[in-house]
Design a protein around this ligand. Sequence first.
Ligand code: C5P
Length: 231
Amino acid sequence: PQHFALIPAAGVGARMGVHIPKQYMAVAGKPMLRHALDTFAAHARITRTFVVVSAGDAWIDELLTPELAQRTTVLRVGGATRQESVFNGLNEIRSMAGDADWVLVHDAARPGLNAELIDRLLDTLENDDVGGLLALPVVDTLKRESAGGRSQETVPRAGLWAAQTPQMFRYALLQRALRQAAEQGRIGAITDDASAIEMLGLRPRLVEGSPRNLKVTLAQDAALAEFFLKG
Ligand code: C5P
């Protein structure tokens, strides 16, 4: 089977408090989205990368160099949520992807992904029935809040992982999972692709990710991502 990368990049980045969408903000010398596109384009096992942007996106064309454009297709079908953007993107590539082909869905806001992590994911999941995702065991002590901002209890962290991306599933399974979540009105409860798969009763494999693959959500995350990219 082939391996396609699908990058939802249609977010507006409201939490960063900036006007330019965060995926276009520079980290370590280039826009965050460029880091992910370059990493996938340089990887021999990735057939092609699809990037989903908003219909009116004014930045993507500038960001694609001619050589990057040879390995990357822009889909202007961004939706109202990440999941909608992923689902729309999947539908757009229907003619290219076979049911059993793998799709690696990766957040544009994770510039620290590298070839080693992609290889780890591919090597671990190549013969897997379900697919899986990069994730990291939780290291913090976790508190459940009760009313009034007080800690009600400590949630045991054993067995808890923080999800990262890429999340890798076969084309037909992922499309079915997202369609079903949408039909059941549960799409809003989904913040990643693996949760749609879990709703089918399947159990995605957890593959150890890396701190360098952090998601840039707040302004200070960009400095940390830069640290990893320059190191
Ligand atoms: O905002 P957040 O960090 O959760 O977004 C995760 C990823 O989903 C980002 O790459 C963002 O661009 C993308 N996204 C999208 N369409 C939306 C919202 C977010 O493609 N409507």
